[in-house]
Design a protein around this ligand. Structure first.
Ligand code: GLU
Length: 341
């Protein structure tokens, strides 16, 4: 499974800059009238979010300015989207095999904070995008203390964003006061020998990573770094390796959109991650990424307007990774060796 092959890259390119700009505006205009969904409130402070906010941003993998529309600069807590980028940092540190074995890559089919999923799988966390797997992943972040591990996470996610990301202290305290379920999951993982550190310290670093403040623009740049083989297209800095990007995107395709991951892939065809505060990042390998923010989420936790805008852009920009059309230059009727009959 680890044999390396050259030239494993996504094909095609984005339309010209003006067209991407126009389509980003069109995506925002088409989705902004939708008021379905509700603002998440299980973390008390999230309920205060303004439901009218809506930002869309496309960042191109090849660098240059991003295409930002609406409230693309408004900051919100990254929540579960942090899981994707902490996973990438941990894969960079420990490698493909170790993280796959320890955390897993398969969908649970159950909700993101399920305890039963852990029990049904003999304590295996199953994948890094559910809370059990995210806690097991955060427990692998390098550092001699939880302060060092937190700094590694904050600095790493900031490198993906190309700017220093800050903790939202209000969100952190609100979640810390109410996250008894995550503490229970961490203790359960400890009971199965799946995390070696103090479970409550792991939950604390995880809660901080979820409370980092980002904008839709940040999400687009972070995603474009995964689309660009691990190099941030705005700063030019290498953040992770190309293999880590591939591993992370594969996991996002299978598990990034909660229990709707299959449906998302079927309709939109892009690896993506969402968070309950209303952010979504969707990544088109080799091309770029879409970051959206709008607080009303569907029953699975995915932003309604974000999904609509991303679905439109996936089609209009030709991003669906499963879509292909016959190549007009290829002559039909060639035999297996490629020779014409
Ligand atoms: N910090 C949240 C939790 O652990 C993240 C939820 C989410 O965005 O899915 O419950």
């Amino acid at each position: 499974m680890t044999d390396e092959v050259e030239q494993e890259v996504s094909t095609g390119s984005l339309p010209v800059w003006d067209q991407v700009e126009r389509l980003a505006q069109e995506a925002h205009a088409r989705a902004r009238g939708h008021d379905e969904g509700v603002v998440a409130d299980y973390i008390p402070v999230l309920a205060e979010a303004d439901p009218s906010l809506f930002g869309v941003c496309v960042a191109e993998a090849r660098g240059g300015p991003v295409h930002a529309v609406g409230d693309a600069a408004v900051e919100f807590s990254v929540q579960s989207i942090s899981k994707a980028f902490v996973y990438a940092l941990v894969c960079e540190e420990h490698g493909h095999e170790m993280v796959r074995d320890r955390v897993g890559v398969n969908n649970t089919g159950l909700s993101f904070n399920s305890v039963i999923a852990v029990e049904l799988n003999d304590g295996h966390p199953m994948n890094p995008m559910v809370n059990a797997g995210a806690l097991a992943t955060t427990a692998l972040v390098p550092g001699a203390s939880s302060a060092e591990r937190w700094e590694h996470v904050r600095t790493g996610l900031s490198r993906f964003a190309g700017r220093r990301l800050e903790l939202d202290g209000v969100v952190y305290r609100s979640e810390s006061a109410t996250n008894t379920r995550n503490k229970a999951i961490a203790r359960l993982l400890q009971s199965y020998g799946r995390i070696d550190l103090d479970p409550l310290e792991v939950v604390d670093v995880y809660t901080r990573q979820c409370a980092l403040r980002v904008s839709a623009r940040d999400l687009a740049v972070m995603g474009a770094t995964l689309a660009d083989g691990g190099v941030n297209p705005v700063t030019g800095e290498r953040v992770v390796s190309g293999q880590v990007c591939r591993d992370t995107l594969a996991v996002l395709a299978a598990t990034g959109m909660y229990e709707r991951s299959g449906e998302w892939l079927f309709e939109i065809g892009l690896p993506a991650k969402s968070g309950v505060s209303g952010g979504i990042v969707a990544i088109a390998p080799g091309k770029g990424a879409i970051g959206t923010f709008s607080p009303r989420v569907d029953p699975a936790g995915n932003s309604v307007r974000g999904r609509l805008a991303t679905a439109y852009l996936s089609r209009a920009l030709g991003l669906n990774v499963f879509a292909s059309s016959a190549q007009p230059s290829v002559q039909r009727g060639a035999d297996a060796s490629g020779r014409r009959a």
